[in-house]
Design a protein around this ligand. Structure first.
Ligand code: C5P
Length: 405
């Protein structure tokens, strides 16, 4: 329930993507929001107000002169208590009106009379999106502080392919949730590793582990929500890349090592969440190992992988380094000893049976001040706590005069 207690006014304008707004209402309500729908006249040609009334459980407004509003002030009443105004789909015509400050129907009047954040999810044909007039309008809206979310690129209802598709309802909900997060890492750059690595033995076999990547991906999402520019170096996982995050996909520890070294410059924070294989086969084979009935099982010689986190922490001017310690026992002892040996300010400990593969986890943060326990919670909640802790450490570091050695 990430939008619990939030009152969202959802504006719907005329476009075929209006049918997806029905699902959007459902998802927003599922996250705990109360949703008040306002439709432009054009939108009612695509989906009827009855649909939204049934889904939202609230009256749907389409008309500035609605006789149900005693004071004729629907635009003021609706915007007064809204935590956010979200317009999805936002047509080219509607965006043009907004950019020009027009208020010729209920929705445009409501937008002009608001004192809450405005998010718009454009949806239109790709040529309309690329038209210089729309580009100009979008630039004006952005400079006015409007959050423009999307559009996506892909197949369009008109049969063409290109930019202009409205984001999917799930993505719009994620963007709305992100909008409510404090911008603790605004202007910062954060690099992180996540997932397992896969160390080839032969073309079809390898050494890997059960890391799902979920914790690392949740941290990437939380950091981006907090305003950071995030680069995620990911081992092989089947998770979608969080929106707005740059992902570099790798397979082996050596590839992860090379990608991190290539990216680390100018980052403020490095978070090593990946479960990097400690060892790799010394000589991966080009051909598949065949089973020979009489022969002894083959021996695989292993060599140690580079310690990516240790290397980054030892750079002359390292970013703020955060490590993870997944242990099966003696969490505090092992996590603290890792923190000391890698010389990093923060290590995040978790017991393997608490979190591996699941959606929830329990974490303990170890830093110079001691231990901070984060009780069992969804990984995204824990990730937001961790991001807040990292932001506080960054601030402390900036306030501490550099050591003269
Ligand atoms: O010492 P240990 O490998 O258990 O430390 C775990 C931490 O170090 C994790 O943050 C992990 O991502 C990082 N690590 C790494 N490179 C390795 C091994 C671990 O960055 N080769």
């Amino acid at each position: 329930m990430e939008l619990a207690g939030k009152r969202i006014v959802l504006g719907i304008t005329g476009g075929i993507a209006a049918y997806k707004a029905a699902e959007l209402v459902r998802l927003l309500i599922k996250e705990g929001a109360s949703v008040h729908v306002v439709m432009s006249e054009a939108a009612t040609h695509f989906v009827t107000p009855v649909t939204f009334q049934a889904l939202s459980g609230k009256l749907v407004f389409t008309d500035q002169w609605d006789p149900r509003v005693a004071n004729n002030m629907a635009h003021i009443d609706l915007s007064r208590e809204a935590d956010a105004l979200l317009v999805a789909p936002a047509s080219a015509d509607f965006l043009a009106k907004l950019a020009g400050g027009l208020a010729d129907d209920l929705l445009t009047t409501l937008v002009l009379a608001r004192d809450c954040p405005l998010l718009v999810a454009p949806a239109m044909n790709r040529q309309m999106w690329e038209n210089p007039a729309t580009r100009r309008n979008i630039a004006v809206l952005r400079s006015d502080g409007v959050s423009v979310i999307g559009p996506a690129c892909g197949d369009q209802a008109c049969g063409e392919t290109g930019p202009g598709r409205m984001l999917e309802p799930e993505e719009i909900v994620d963007e709305t949730i992100a909008h409510f997060q404090p911008q603790l890492l605004a202007g910062k750059r954060l690099l992180l590793t996540a997932g397992p690595t896969f160390e080839a033995i032969d073309p079809v076999r390898g050494i890997t582990n059960l890391s799902s990547g979920k914790m690392g991906y949740a941290i990437a999402r939380a950091a981006r929500e907090a305003g950071a520019q995030v680069t995620l170096v990911s081992g092989p996982v089947s998770l979608p890349c969080p929106r707005g995050v740059t992902r570099i996909s790798v397979t082996s520890a050596l590839q992860m090592h090379a990608a991190v070294l290539g990216q680390v410059a100018d980052n403020d924070v490095f978070v090593a969440v990946a479960a990097v294989a400690d060892y790799r086969p010394a000589e991966p084979l080009d051909q598949k190992i065949k089973k020979a009935a009489q022969a002894a099982p083959p021996a695989i010689e292993l060599v140690q992988n580079p310690d990516i986190l240790g290397e980054i922490a030892a750079l002359p001017a390292p970013p703020l380094c955060v490590g993870f310690a997944a242990e099966s026992e003696k969490l505090a002892e092992y996590a603290e000893s890792k923190r000391r040996s890698k010389k990093i300010p923060l290590i995040v400990g978790n017991l393997i049976h608490d979190g591996f593969g699941g959606d929830d986890n329990r974490l303990v943060l170890f830093d110079d001040e001691g231990q901070h326990a984060l009780p069992v919670a969804p990984k995204i909640d824990l990730a937001r706590h961790l991001v807040a802790h990292i932001a506080a450490l960054l601030e402390k570091r900036q306030c501490t005069p550099a050591s003269t050695g």
